[in-house]
Design a binder for this molecule. Structure first.
Ligand SMILES: [Zn+2]
Length: 118
């Protein structure tokens, strides 16, 4: 019996990381290259993620009123070799509802992860 290479939902363990370009396999990325120079100069912490884009998706059933909802933070960067933009790291956090601010803008995002935008 062959194993299914796709991840099953119950197997999801965060953070999920993609360490190479899905198109060309390169591990070199544009924003990471920039942040690496800053790390070398001592201008950024060694754990800083070089990301050209960071998005926060609030994931919940919008018909429900909840005080706490899952938030998926996705760090993206651009392949230095072929220009492909891809997810390098996905982190699951928990957002807290803020009074008087319904909808997506009404959730307090989880504490920031250090990252540098390219
Ligand atoms: Zn590539």
């Amino acid at each position: 019996m062959e194993e299914n290479p796709e991840k099953k939902e119950e197997d999801l363990k965060f953070p999920i990381e993609f360490k190479q370009c899905p198109c060309c396999g390169s591990t070199k990325r544009i924003a990471q290259t920039i942040i690496d120079e800053q790390i070398k100069k001592g201008l950024a912490g060694k754990d800083t993620i070089g990301a050209s884009n960071v998005t926060n998706a609030v994931i919940w059933d919008q018909r429900k009123i909840l005080l706490s909802v899952p938030i998926l933070t996705c760090f993206e960067d651009i392949c230095l070799m072929c220009g492909t933009k891809y997810c390098i790291k996905a982190v699951k956090g928990q957002g807290q509802a803020q009074m008087g601010k319904p909808g997506k803008g009404g959730f307090q995002l989880p504490p920031n992860i250090p990252y540098g935008r390219g």
